[in-house]
Design a protein around this ligand. Structure first.
Ligand code: F6R
Ligand code: MN
Length: 187
């Protein structure tokens, strides 16, 4: 039997660029992030259409048991002193985990469990982050280049952006040109 070799999609590890497959793309801009940063006035002073992050996903089957694969490109920048970050979420199906892999840039992965306990993991080229179920997650770009990370998660997981609408219990600010994590009162 003669089997042909098919060409899978390709990820350029150094840039996080995905190609060779049907892709879905979503951009999230400053104007989409009302109430996410601590200094809402500073957010309003930035151009609303400025992109904070982009997600590129392989357009694969959403059926139960399958996996999604996506790249997040989080741009460098700050709202006031707070670094650009993703909205962050729990999975709607809380027990579902996820794995992130740092591709380029420098940042932090903020993890918060249902008890409100927080951990911060450094994100760098080659970092591997096993996000357990019942754990909300948010990427933060503390560097001055794009932070790109690969994520693989179950299609079943879904997203719950409401549970943490008041914010995570820690925020990360630039102080003296260094990232500083501060505990906050419920966001
Ligand atoms: C999927 C996942 C990532 C994020 C992406 C954008 O479960 O964790 O692909 O969706 O980093 O962040 P959010 O979804 O919080 O806007
Ligand atoms: Mn997730």
């Amino acid at each position: 039997m003669n089997l042909s070799f098919s060409q899978p999609p390709r990820l350029e590890w150094t840039t996080g660029d995905l190609s060779g497959g049907p892709l879905l793309r979503k951009s999230t801009c400053i104007q989409d992030l009302t109430g996410i940063f601590s200094d809402e006035r500073a957010r309003q002073l930035l151009a609303g259409e400025r992109i904070v992050y982009e997600v590129e996903m392989l357009n694969t089957s959403p059926a139960e048991g399958e996996l999604y694969t996506g790249i997040t490109h989080l741009y460098p920048g700050r709202v006031g002193h707070e670094y650009f970050m993703t909205r962050g979420h729990f999975h709607a199906h809380r027990e579902q985990g996820e794995v992130y892999f740092g591709l380029r840039g420098a940042g932090l992965l903020l993890l918060q469990n249902e008890q409100g306990e927080v951990r911060l993991e450094k994100v760098f080229t080659g970092s591997v982050h096993v996000i357990a179920g019942y754990t909300a997650h948010r990427l933060i770009n503390t560097g001055d280049e794009v932070l790109s990370a690969l994520a693989v998660w179950p299609t079943l997981a879904g997203h719950d952006y409401h549970a943490l609408a008041k914010g995570f219990n820690v925020r990360v600010f630039e102080e003296n040109q260094q990232p500083l994590a501060r505990t906050v009162q419920n966001g």
